[in-house]
Design a protein around this ligand. Structure first.
Ligand code: ADP
Ligand code: MG
Length: 143
């Protein structure tokens, strides 16, 4: 599935729709360069799950948990991970194989421990189509 957006609101709305439809145990990976809209998208997913709090980037903590929505939401940012050991230390498998929703930014850095069943979200710019244009590719979602 490929979705094109031209405003942050549209990217937020896509995240929200995905959050509304998310099922227990799903793992979403989210890739895209800095400033492309990963946080905008993630905030939409959270609102779709019924979470009211603002999403803070978990860059320094690896994971941020939100328990106030329809399902637990585990937001990972593994950008600063030095060693896969750090994932063991936070007990990642309880999250990956639990009943909540995982969303992992920079997931390519921990490819070796990712389960096979993933929903991959990729956000890309294309400056030829305008500064606010984004191409969002979603792979692995069950329709
Ligand atoms: P990231 O988390 O990927 O570093 P952010 O979500 O923090 O990026 O920031 C994305 C920025 O791009 C925001 O300032 C947002 O307003 C802007 N933006 C412009 N157009 C779009 C779009 N179509 N979708 C998402 N964000 C957009
Ligand atoms: Mg961000």
């Amino acid at each position: 599935m490929i979705i094109e957006t031209r405003t942050p609101e549209e990217t937020f709305a896509l995240g929200k729709k995905i959050g509304e439809q998310a099922c227990p145990g799903q793992i979403y990976t989210l890739n895209g360069d800095l400033g492309v809209g990963k946080t905008v998208f993630t905030q939409g997913v959270a609102v779709g799950l019924g979470i009211q709090e603002p999403i803070c980037s978990p860059t320094f903590t690896i994971i941020q948990e939100y328990e106030s929505g329809r399902l637990p939401f585990y937001h990972f940012d593994v950008y600063r991970i030095g060693d896969i050991e750090e994932m063991e230390e936070i007990g990642y498998d309880d999250y990956f194989f639990g009943q909540g929703i995982c969303l992992i930014e920079w997931a390519e850095l921990i490819e070796e421990i990712l389960p096979d069943r993933l929903i991959r979200v990729k956000i890309e710019k294309n400056l030829e189509k305008g500064f606010d244009y984004r191409k969002i590719t979603v792979e692995g979602i069950e329709e």
